[in-house]
Design a protein around this ligand. Structure first.
Ligand code: C5P
Length: 226
């Protein structure tokens, strides 16, 4: 019998801090990391390269099923993402890529084309999976499930600061509107909507420093997994 691989899922809306928390927790545990949002962003990018606007659901699903992606690390430890041999690390992090991703993510055929690819990330010694439906759909048997949230105002403020630090000038009001629209689309879709799993621990990061969230997640892990 093969031993079960322990999985920790971290779901939540954009700007809740889940990406940073997932990365740090994975580093501290020495576990693998699945950034499932990157996969949806890659599908949107691959679809755009072939004509996003004119493509139907089956076309997007083909892009998802045939995604030629490779993850690597730069010498400074930063993650690098390659799509069909091209470095798309920066291209998938734009607001447009996020918005495109949430449009292809409503399509059931796209979600099912990515299902097994995501489950294949569960490798020894364990996996930290970051997304919207990690605890509800992809890893329903996960040992520990976290749902990380923060107020929409705080999430927009964080995203605004991130973009400003990158030298991009985006209005806070426009960002707040975009975040509200993406939340609405992610939470109201018919398949795998953004909702906490019934057995998830809900953490609010609005006034909690990221390091404190990381420590809380690690302490829950120690209690449950040992
Ligand atoms: O987390 P990130 O902002 O990179 O995700 C981009 C979009 O991909 C989300 O707004 C959501 O629509 C979609 N997504 C999803 N399911 C996941 C991860 C991301 O539907 N597990």
């Amino acid at each position: 019998m093969t031993a079960r691989i322990p999985v920790l899922t971290i779901d939540g809306p954009s700007g809740s801090g889940k990406g940073t928390v997932a990365r740090r927790v994975a580093e501290r545990l020495g576990w693998h990391l699945l950034d499932s949002g990157a996969l949806y962003r890659l599908v949107a990018l691959a679809s755009r390269a072939t004509g996003l606007e004119s493509m139907d659901e089956a076309g997007h699903a083909v892009c998802a099923a045939t995604l030629d992606v490779r993850f690597s690390s730069r010498p400074d430890g930063e993650e690098q993402i390659w799509l069909a041999g091209q470095d798309v690390t920066a291209a998938i992090r734009t607001e447009r890529a996020g918005d495109d991703a949430s449009r292809v993510a409503v399509m059931p055929a796209v979600r099912s084309a990515l299902l097994e690819r995501q489950r294949a990330f569960a490798q020894s010694p364990g996996l930290v999976a970051d997304g919207r439906d990690m605890g509800t759909v992809i890893f329903p048997e996960a040992e520990v499930k976290i749902f990380l949230t923060a107020t929409p105002e705080e999430r927009a403020r964080r995203r605004h600061k991130q973009l400003k630090d990158k030298g991009l000038d985006v209005s806070l009001a426009a960002l707040s509107r975009e975040i509200a629209e993406r939340d609405r689309r992610d939470s109201s879709r018919a398949v795998a909507p953004l909702v906490p799993a019934s057995d998830a621990l809900i953490l609010d990061s609005t006034v909690m420093p990221i390091e404190e969230v990381v420590d809380q997640v690690l302490s829950v892990m120690r209690q449950r997994v040992g």
